[in-house]
Design a protein around this ligand. Structure first.
Ligand code: CP
Length: 360
């Protein structure tokens, strides 16, 4: 059965009240029959489910390599339609979702600017999303506002057509599907060195406004004996909400501004760029923070198995010469995004068993 079930109807409070609740208190709201319905927060993902998605993504990429396998995948969801509402710039999240949909046979519509939708005539985002739900079975959104995807899911779940919403990035808040692709990448990079448990992972750069490192930090609750290294200038230190979360789950983290000192210790280095789009003033625009860049000379300072990740786009944080080193995983990482997003969509539409059956 490929149809999803609608979330359980319940009494809804006002948006402000709902938004102010702790994430843990509202996870049920984004589920249906014990399964994921809307994908809004990284906190929605548990270890068993992450392992399932990684397996499913592996199977989809194997099937998609042959004409016959791809045909089977494309026959799974040709009767479903997706809206890509990406009104904050994106290259890889947009393209990987678009291609993931094509792989599974879904039809895709897109709006990439509020200047080309009827929002320019004054239509509210809420009415805009309700309009999408009139035509499609799934909405994937990228927006500059924190909480945007959550609000749209909250709005739709009170209507007669509550189609699922996937958060493809909401301001400096969360990017949960980036986090699952990061996990999938790390899981693949660490297959020959004991997997993702017991690892030391450095996150480097603008940790305060980087939604990718925030979401990935939340997913760390699913893995054992890991240590995080938060490497940043003082002005871009990781926010307290993430540090409180890590403390709650007894996940050790070390904060430092000495990047080179931790390079020999870690199993993965997750680079990020300065998120100037969220700058409050012009002063931070010019500074590039070169001591937080990964340079060619650093390749000799890291472990032979150390994976270098970056959610991309990159500006100057990693020398392009580093791309040639096999430990540079970021191009593999962006490709992992397409496969894991295909796995996520297959799960939402309940066709994962048909994919698993191909391998049984
Ligand atoms: N990693 C990421 O979200 O890239 P895009 O902004 O290009 O989608």
């Amino acid at each position: 059965m490929e149809q999803y079930a609608e979330p359980t109807q319940q009494e809804f409070e006002g948006w402000e009240e709902f938004y102010s609740k702790l994430v843990d208190e509202k996870l049920d709201f984004f589920q249906s029959e014990g399964r994921l319905f809307d994908v809004i927060f990284a906190q929605q993902f548990e270890r068993g489910f992450l392992d399932l998605l990684c397996n499913l993504a592996d199977m989809i990429r194997v099937l998609a390599e042959t004409g016959m396998g791809l045909k089977k995948l494309r026959n799974l969801l040709p009767h479903k339609r997706v809206m890509l509402y990406f009104v904050q710039p994106s290259t890889r999240t947009f393209l990987s979702f678009q291609n993931a949909c094509h792989i599974l046979g879904l039809n895709v519509s897109e709006i990439r600017s509020t200047q080309t939708s009827s929002e320019v005539k004054g239509e509210s985002p809420e009415d805009t999303i309700r309009t999408f739900a009139s035509y499609v079975n799934l909405i994937i959104s990228r927006h500059s506002e924190a909480g945007f995807a959550e609000k749209m899911a909250w709005v739709l779940n009170q209507t007669e057509r509550p189609v699922p919403v996937i958060n493809g990035g909401s301001g400096p808040d969360q990017h949960p599907t980036q986090a699952i692709l990061d996990i999938y990448t790390l899981e693949r990079e660490f297959r020959n060195v004991g997997g993702l448990d017991g690892k030391k992972i450095a996150m480097v750069g603008d940790l305060r406004r980087g939604r990718t490192v925030r979401s990935l930090s939340y997913l760390m609750k699913n893995y054992k004996d890991n240590t995080l290294y938060f490497v940043s200038p003082d002005v871009f230190k990781m926010k307290d909400d993430i540090k409180n979360f890590l403390n709650k789950y007894s996940i050790p983290f070390i904060e430092t501004d000495d990047f080179e000192s931790i390079m020999p210790e870690v199993d993965a280095i997750y680079m990020t760029r300065i998120q100037n789009e969220y700058s409050e003033g012009p002063s931070s625009e010019a500074e590039t923070y070169p001591e937080f860049h990964f340079k060619t000379k650093h390749l000799s300072m890291i472990q032979p198995h150390c994976a270098i990740l970056h959610p991309l786009p990159r500006r100057y944080e990693i020398d392009v010469v580093v791309d040639k080193d096999p430990r540079a995983a970021y191009w593999r990482q962006e490709r992992c995004g397409m496969w894991i997003r295909a796995a996520l969509i297959a799960h939402i539409f309940r066709v994962e068993e048909e994919i698993f059956r191909e391998f049984s």
